[in-house]
Each structure stands twice: as C-alpha cells, then as structure tokens.
Design a binder for this molecule. Structure first.
Ligand code: 8IG
Length: 276
C-alpha cells in the first residue's frame, strides 16, 4: 500500500506512522504542544528561537506537498524554556485545506500525528475575514466557538463527540490574562476556494459569526476527538465581502499577517509555559 492509500484507508494508522517518524527524527519521545501556523503566521515562529529539528512535511508519512503561497510545508521541533520548565513544541508551517479537493483526511493529518506524538494542546492559527464590524485589519481574535458551513466532518461512524468546550475556556482565560486587549469571536468555516458573496456574509453575521475562513475547524474537531485541548487564534486580514466594498485578494492577506506576526509570536512564547 502507498502512503497516500494508507492516509485514506486508515487515517489513524497513517497519523501513528507519521508520529513515530517524528519521534525518531527529533529524538523526542513525547512533544507537549503543537502549533499549526496558517497564512501570514509563519513569521510568528521566529519568536520561538532556533528549531532543534526541521524537515519538509512531505518527507513524513501521509503529508502532501504544499500548494498555496505562504504555506511552506515544514515541520519543526522547538525547545521552549521558561519558568523552570522545558517544553517541546512541534510546529507545522502551513496546512492542507478542504478547498484543495483532496478530502478531509490530509487536512487533519498533522494534528492527528501531533496528538499521537504526545501533544496535549494544539494551537491552531489562521488568517481570516472579519465579519463583525468592530474588527480591524491586523487584529488577532481568539476563537470562542465555530459554525461549520461545510457539512464536512473528519470523523465517521458513531463517534458522537461533544463540542461544547471545543475551544478551551481554560486556555482562552490564560491567554487573555496575558493580553487583555484580545477579543473573542465565532469562526465560520467556509470551504472555498471562492470567498463569500456579500449576501453570504450577511447570512453569516445574522447567524452569529464574527470571523470567516477556510481552515481550522476540521483540525479542531479531529484533535479534540483524540483528547487534545485546543486554542484557535484568527488574524483578521481583510474585511469580509461587502463589509467595506473593497475586493479581496491574497496579497492583502499576506501583508496584514506579516505585520501582526511579531506581536503574536512573542505572546505565544510567553503564554505556552503558562498552559502546563
Ligand atoms: I485571509 O474573507 C481570509 N480567508 N472564507 N473569507 C473566507 N476565507 C478567508 C477570508 C474571507 N479571508
């Protein structure tokens, strides 16, 4: 069986195989936390220092080559030392999205591998559109809850997982204690690759969504189902369709992300030791 066949026929076995490769390559028996860095967030990892290990994701079982600009497809291992603690962080630079059309298995493969490699907490970052009129471009927002508009779940079978506290209240409280300016919002998951129409954004706002993006939700569900605690942080990099009358483009996304990356990287470095 090829690696790709294993990913689709037995995704958990593929995740376990990737985790064993990570353990072997890094020499770390159990990582503590994983971070998935979305569009524009790659600069935030500079604050974590120099990685102890790095490889291209596609060298590991079940990972696809990257397809989107700004998603470099690297896996890194960091040592985070603070307050007398020494933590191991697994960092994924870039992710696979539903809009790539390869199904949900590759989308959630990294977080499953991370949990299998020991991670108890998963930090999911993304760039998104702001639906709530109070947000400005470049503002990071903690995800409080989500609305899945894709009808896609990474789970199948009779796995009735409770999602009441999907985005950990405990972790959100710790992060907000560190930075009281951080707001919280509801993230709507849109398959893409098209952005929304203005009418769809009005629908989402009416439903109670504050943010809209094309990632994070399947990963949060898959990691939570395996028992991990989740923190989601969205960087508002554009006003959603119809909010300002401007058209949306990918360059705007990359530029706004870079500007906020430094501040968020420093925040993550301070916060991570406080989570354990
Ligand atoms: I960055 O406005 C980013 N990602 N669906 N809509 C959706 N995804 C996004 C948007 C947006 N901005």
């Amino acid at each position: 069986m090829t690696q790709s066949e294993l990913l689709y026929s037995d995704p958990m076995a593929a995740a376990t195989a990737a985790a064993h490769e990570i353990i072997e390559r890094t020499g770390v028996a159990a990582h503590d936390i994983a971070l998935v860095m979305g569009s524009g967030w790659v600069g935030a990892v500079d604050a974590l220092g120099t990685p102890a290990y790095e490889c291209n994701a596609e060298e590991l079982v079940g990972f696809l080559p990257p397809t989107v600009e700004g998603h470099s497809g690297k896996v890194r291992s960091y040592i985070i030392e603070s307050e007398g603690k020494e933590l191991r962080a697994l960092v994924f630079l870039g992710r696979t999205h539903l809009y790539e059309g390869k199904g949900v298995e590759p989308v959630v493969h990294s977080v499953r591998a991370a949990v299998k490699a020991g991670c108890k907490i998963i930090i999911l970052t993304n760039a998104c559109g702001g639906i709530n009129l109070k947000y400005s471009v470049g503002q990071p927002v903690l995800i409080r809850d989500h609305i899945s508009l894709t009808a896609v779940s990474p789970l199948s079978g009779a796995t009735f997982v409770d999602l009441t506290d999907l985005y950990s209240k405990r972790i959100r409280a710790i992060v907000k204690a560190e930075d009281s300016t951080l707001d919280e919002g509801v993230y709507a998951h849109w398959r893409g690759p098209t952005y929304e129409t203005p009418a769809e954004i009005l629908m989402m706002r009416t439903m109670g969504a504050d943010l809209v993006g094309m990632s994070t939700v399947p990963e949060a569900i898959a990691a939570h189902a395996l028992g991990a605690e989740i923190l989601g942080i969205s960087l508002v990099t554009n006003a959603a369709a119809g909010v300002t009358g401007e058209k949306l483009n990918h360059e705007e996304v990359i530029a706004a992300g870079k500007a906020a990356a430094e501040r968020m990287g420093a925040l993550l470095k301070r916060v991570i030791p406080k989570l354990f």
